[in-house]
Design a binder for this molecule. Structure first.
Ligand code: GLV
Ligand code: MN
Ligand code: MN
Length: 415
């Protein structure tokens, strides 16, 4: 099939316009960062924008029982190719993470209509990819994949702002979490799935590539370690009379760094959240909670580091007369992408004439859950200096337009 060259300038301009619109005050809860998450007015306004744009080009748009957006130009369940990402953001997010992927998918739908290509398409914008509302990454796609339980939705998964359960919060927003088992139907009929996304690292920029084709996504464990000490007076308590949980925190952070480096195989480990109770300058802490985010493309490696840091924390606390609890939040295995879709993307990307790199994704994506039942791949757009999960995130609409051209051509070859 001959490569179809799109009007790249026109596509870049439309992408820039969509991103600008979705960065306006109606779409973020913060004056500097992009901050939007499930069941907030800013998120609803974002979903409403995509709904309007998609209906204008003849798509049927609906939401699954918990709020994942699905748009189709074919009847429900008919064979079609899936494209999309998520349009919630990190709490300290930028304009591009997630949203660019949905905007690019929208642009593919527009081009399909404008150019009369007749491709059967399903666009999905998954709910709560970032965990900004409920502290659980990939929540919408995990519900679709049946990777979370009703009990967790009713009990352990709680809104960060209010402490209310996911179940109650979704119901209060007008959704029907009791029908969550029907969420999986949004993937019915999909013969393939491609998620466009910014890279969130600096590999493409530094190797001067303009399109990234993802052949695997790193797996991860998310957990919390709670260290229990004793809240004594910071001045009156001699050093050898203390049960200070912050000392265990400090040892664990350094040990996690050492373990991840020692393990290799691109394993990474991060303590991103630290809560010290009661957090007073003149009191020894009673307890500390810190989070673990441990990832890599090799399951045995990052899971091994998680097991070793857990054992280390128990031993470090015991040595000082304290105790710890390790509470796992979730884990997702490393996910290989589908070889046929990757090959089609590589061929279409090469035909754009732009420099292309095939690579793995260190960050997690909803595509991990889609991959349970549908052949999948991802396409990365370079981002400035690799910055992501910060308002400084930046990317070029011209690069996104190149990837749109590659994805459109890959889908033409695959359907
Ligand atoms: C998702 O945003 C991640 O942190 O991988
Ligand atoms: Mn994302
Ligand atoms: Mn993200």
């Amino acid at each position: 099939m001959e490569h179809l060259r799109i009007d790249r300038e026109k596509t870049a301009a439309r992408i820039a316009q969509d991103i600008e619109t979705l960065s306006g005050p109606a779409h973020t809860r913060d004056a500097v960062a992009i901050r939007r998450y499930a069941y907030t007015p800013e998120y609803a306004a974002t979903i409403a924008y995509f709904t309007r744009e998609l209906e204008a080009i003849g798509f049927t748009v609906e939401q699954d029982p918990v709020g994942t957006l699905v748009a189709r130009n074919v009847p429900k369940g008919a064979p079609a190719f899936g494209i999309g990402s998520h349009s919630d953001s990190n709490r300290n997010g930028g304009k591009w993470d997630g949203t660019l992927g949905v905007v690019m998918a929208l642009e593919i739908c527009r081009l399909n209509q404008e150019l009369g290509l007749g491709l059967p398409l399903v666009l999905i914008s998954f709910l709560e990819e970032e965990g900004s509302g409920f502290g659980q990454m990939l929540l919408g796609s995990r519900i679709v994949a049946g990777r979370t339980t009703e009990q967790a939705m009713k009990e352990t998964i709680r809104e960060l702002d209010s402490g209310r359960s996911f179940w109650e919060t979704a119901q209060a927003a007008g959704y029907q979490p009791e029908r969550w088992r029907e969420s999986k139907e949004i993937l019915d009929g999909l013969i393939g799935w491609i998620e466009p996304h910014i890279e969130q690292a600096r590999v493409l920029q530094d190797t001067e590539n303009r399109i990234g084709i993802v052949n695997a996504i790193a797996g991860y464990v998310h957990a919390d370690i709670h260290v229990h000490g004793r809240d004594d007076h910071a001045g009156a308590t001699p050093m050898n009379f203390r049960l200070d949980p912050t000392t265990v925190l400090a040892e664990c952070i350094l040990e996690l760094e050492r373990l991840a480096i020692e393990e290799g195989h691109a394993t990474v480990g991060t303590v991103g959240e630290i809560e010290v109770h009661p957090s007073l300058i003149n009191a020894i802490a009673r307890s500390v909670r810190f989070s673990l985010d441990i990832r890599g493309p090799r399951d045995a490696s990052y899971i091994g580091v998680f097991e070793r840091i857990s054992a280390f924390a128990h031993a470090a606390a015991a040595k000082r007369g304290m105790t710890v609890e390790v509470v796992e939040r979730q884990r997702n295995p490393a996910t290989p992408m589908d070889a046929r879709i990757v090959a089609a993307l590589e061929a279409a990307a090469a035909a754009t004439g732009a420099p292309v790199l095939t690579m793995h994704s260190g960050a997690a994506h909803d595509t991990m859950c889609v991959a349970d039942t549908v052949p999948t791949a991802m396409v990365f757009v370079p981002c400035k200096d690799g910055l992501s999960h910060t308002p400084l995130e930046d990317a070029k609409p011209e690069d996104a337009a190149l990837s749109v051209e590659a994805i459109l051509n890959a889908i033409r070859a695959l359907v």
